[in-house]
Design a binder for this molecule. Structure first.
Ligand SMILES: [Zn+2]
Length: 322
């Protein structure tokens, strides 16, 4: 303990200050409290530097949760992306091709994608987050753009439809039976002959006696037994379109060549006649004398989900029922 002095003006000299025992204790204590505070502050700041303060720990947990949420968002976006591509495909293959409107090219559908990196602002974040944020933002923007293009496209198709209502009621646009599809259009192994050949239609599951519907307005062209097709009904829809319903068990009352039919009208019952591997309905759409994929001519009937499911089955089954 140091000695302190004060100047006595009367005596003109320095007089030592004498502390009492209480004052000494207070002084010593004060010193210890000061040292203690400095050491605690130092160690706390060192600690928070390595582990993080409570608020920092909470922030880190929140960050982790947000990152996980972003990853979930990413899978949702990927799913959306797939669906939009599927709708764009339907739009091109079904509506536009059938209505005779030019299909939109990939470039037109992706309009304006690419160019300057407008997501550079996400570079400030740590790597995985910045990649994910950049991906999310750019993909959301792309989806938004594609949806807008799709909206415009449907608007154009609707206008076209309104100007061509007669054509629209004539071209095949529904399923010929309510059953699920079994085999698709294209090269398929014949179930009885055993070798690959062109399957010029699609096969639907249908028990003998299942109602068969005309898929568009038209006129019965022929109704007779014909080769491996068994009992075959052919409807002429005009505009170059014809539909064929094969392996029937019987025709509906009054169905004979020259009779007018409407879309959705029951024209026959399905069966197992001709060469088949079991009861089903074989259905063909012929345009200007050439068979086309009937799956593209069910747009008035199938939801996009059903179309996706039918497409998957049709493309994956290597064998036809014929
Ligand atoms: Zn078939």
């Amino acid at each position: 303990m140091k000695n302190y002095y004060y100047y006595d003006e009367k005596e003109c000299q320095f007089i030592p200050v004498n502390y009492g025992p209480v004052e000494r204790v207070v002084y010593t204590l004060g010193l210890w409290v000061l040292v203690g505070t400095v050491i605690t502050t130092l160690s706390l700041s060192l600690l928070s530097f390595s582990v993080g303060s409570p608020s920092e720990i909470a922030l880190k947990a929140e960050n982790r949760a947000l990152y996980e949420q972003l990853q979930q968002t990413r899978s949702s976006i990927e799913h959306l992306d797939e669906q939009i591509s599927m709708i764009a495909n339907m739009d091109n293959e079904m509506y536009r091709t059938i209505l005779g409107i030019d299909p939109l090219s990939d470039d037109e559908r992706q309009a304006g994608i690419g160019g300057a990196d407008i997501y550079a602002r996400f570079d400030a974040y740590s790597d995985p987050s910045s990649d994910l944020l950049r991906w999310t933002a750019s993909n959301l923007e792309s989806i938004e753009r594609r949806i807008n293009i799709q909206k415009l496209s449907f608007k154009e198709i609707k206008a076209h439809y309104n100007q061509n209502k007669e054509l629209m009621s004539n071209i095949p646009a529904i399923r010929p039976v309510s059953g699920i599809i079994l085999s698709g259009f294209g090269m398929r192994r014949h179930p009885v002959l055993g070798y690959n050949r062109m399957h010029e239609g699609v096969d639907f599951r249908a028990r003998v006696g299942t109602p068969v519907y005309a898929t568009g307005d038209g006129v019965v062209k022929s109704a007779r037994r014909w080769r491996t097709y068994g009992l075959l009904l052919v409807i002429d829809h005009g505009h170059g379109y014809e539909t064929r319903y094969a392996h029937l068990s019987r025709l509906a009352d009054g169905i004979r060549p020259g009779v007018t039919v409407e879309r959705g009208q029951i024209v026959a019952q399905s069966g197992n006649s001709g060469v088949t591997s079991g009861p089903h309905l074989h259905y063909e759409v012929v345009k200007n004398g050439r068979p086309v994929d009937p799956l593209n001519y069910m747009f008035a009937d199938l939801t996009p989900d059903e179309y996706i499911e039918y497409r998957r089955i049709a493309d994956s089954n290597p064998m036809s029922m014929d």
